[in-house]
Design a protein. Sequence first.
Length: 146
Amino acid sequence: MYRRVLVALENSPYDSCIVEHVRRLARCCGSAVVLIHVADGWAARNLRHLDLRDSEEMTKDRDYIERVCADLTREGFETDAILATGDPSAEIAAAAEREGCDLIAMATHGHRFLADVVRGSVANEVRHRSRVPVLLVRGDKGDGRS
């Protein structure tokens, strides 16, 4: 059903619920998993324009996504990892197309209307930008379970 699943990670406790959900889905479907984290701090957003080096935050993000990738690979999944920079929703949607993914999987925070209006919702923006189906799993920052 799904050959390649793009999993958007944010390097937070919310990630565990989407990784666990995709782990089960990928096992059932025999899917490859492509992990993406979009670093969007000041250095990350200006990396290309100002010819900057990776910030400490980006180095930590790269270590994190590579560690999750290695864990899934050890479990037998075909797994790739991408550390992107820039606008998260644009980068996630573009990566899904570029990587030939047929599903995007993301954890949501379960904000309510006002919080989403004030801070925006990457999941909502991805849903509107992408032609690839988007699976949203509500996470829990306390224990990482959905």
